[in-house]
Ligand binder design. Sequence first.
Ligand SMILES: [Zn+2]
Length: 376
Amino acid sequence: MRINRNRIVEIAKELIKYKSFTGEERYVGEYVSNFFENIGVEYKIFEKEKGRPNIIASIGGGKKTIAFNGHFDVVPISDESLWETDPFSPELKGNKLFGRGSFDMKGSCAVAMHIAELLSKEKINGNLQIQLVSDEEKGAEFGTKYVIELIKKGKVKKPDYVVIGEQSDLKIRNGERGILVFDIKFRGRAAHTSNARHDAVNSIVLASKAVLAIDKKIDKFHPEIGSPVISVNMISGGKIHNQVPGECVITVDRRTIPGETKEIVLKEIKEQMNKVLDKKNYEIMNIFYEPANITPRDSPFIKTVSQTIRDVLKIEPEFYVGRGGVTDARFYRYMGIPTIIYGPMGKHAHGPNEYVDITSLEKQGKVYLGLIKNLL
Ligand SMILES: [Zn+2]
């Protein structure tokens, strides 16, 4: 059984042609369903909302299940003039396949589909599940999160292992930072500008002091995930030019590492602000939190993945410890399922001239085949 890189490119090109922005995944979903239909692989379509398909294909049976998960929604084009090719007319230049979604992550979806095609007539030990989903780019409520609801209800078989083909430079991404987003509302005292030095407390000034106190490098490090990071990303305050603003709100995005909880982080932030502000001047509100999550390096699953990479690619596996954002992997890790990201090389995900490296897709495919053999 051999991975055919030209075939991966062909499938990826078809996928890239669809303008499957998040919320508009219907037609790419039809293409994917037809693909499985044509190769005679069993599949089901699950939609939490009409026109938002999640396609789950299944090959084999038996005890253990490995799932390859990928999303086929893409982010919009912000400035088409910056593209050197038409983002929806995929172009292969040397080893690079250009187009919106090539890297994030239709190239990977094509790898999984190609593997389904290779194995469609084979007998495999255990069960291969391929999940191609909607809505990854906007929180996954209609995508992987919904698939997990179906797993919990027993409508989709619960995988023993999950591999997600998001970009990872062919390194093992075995954990990711958590996300803690919240607002801080600053209360001053509104007054006419002429009284700015008498009666007023300017809430924008309060917010500014707080921003400078909290928006900085954090001196912590987790060997498998990296450092936490904080950024103040939104601010609003003031109503009119001649009134000292009484209220100002900022939105803070803080990414956490294992060992940090919501409580620990918020306490740290309050301590930093209390050095420059009176605590009665601010209030933390609208807190959203999903913890950091990890499948440990010394777990049997990661050991098998590492050995597979050694066997197949003849290289020592590397781990991806980086600045990645959150992925659908977190939902599976919260369920206790061993999960990794393992995906291609490329550049400019979400930006102009996005491309995926074709050789890395081919290698990804070889490793995926190896995982099926070694894990099932
Ligand atoms: Zn992605």
